[in-house]
Design a protein around this ligand. Sequence first.
Ligand SMILES: N=c1c2ncn([C@@H]3O[C@H](COP(=O)(O)OP(=O)(O)OP(=O)(O)O)[C@@H](O)[C@H]3O)c2ncn1[C@@H]1O[C@H](COP(=O)(O)O)[C@@H](O)[C@H]1O
Length: 90
Amino acid sequence: MDGSVSKPSWTHKLMKDHELLCSKIREEADELCRTLESNEGKDRTASEMADVLYHSMVLLAVQDVKLEDVLEILRKRFTQSGIEEKSSRK
Ligand SMILES: N=c1c2ncn([C@@H]3O[C@H](COP(=O)(O)OP(=O)(O)OP(=O)(O)O)[C@@H](O)[C@H]3O)c2ncn1[C@@H]1O[C@H](COP(=O)(O)O)[C@@H](O)[C@H]1O
């Protein structure tokens, strides 16, 4: 024993408590939207987006989904407009 005390980790807490994790993602997404609706400025938008990304990346890690896999899906969508893709599903 080296006598060190491990620091509490927000990430570990989120990974163990899926209800908390999902509620944080919803809360942070709502805060991000409010930066637009209330014109809170670029810095606030960037900060809230960082919160959304961080919490969403924890959700990916819980499910063993790599961010690279998400980026690959976005890359494949480059050649098709979102409206075309949506109508192709109907
Ligand atoms: N990027 C983050 C990160 N972004 C946000 N958070 C935490 O997410 C929590 C969000 O809670 P709240 O919504 O209550 O806080 P808030 O959003 O600041 O409050 P308001 O917007 O409501 O004013 C806060 O405790 C933030 O510190 C993060 N916690 C950790 N990380 C990264 O994860 C690493 C490991 O952190 P630990 O897991 O805590 O060791 C860190 O070094 C960082 O790199």
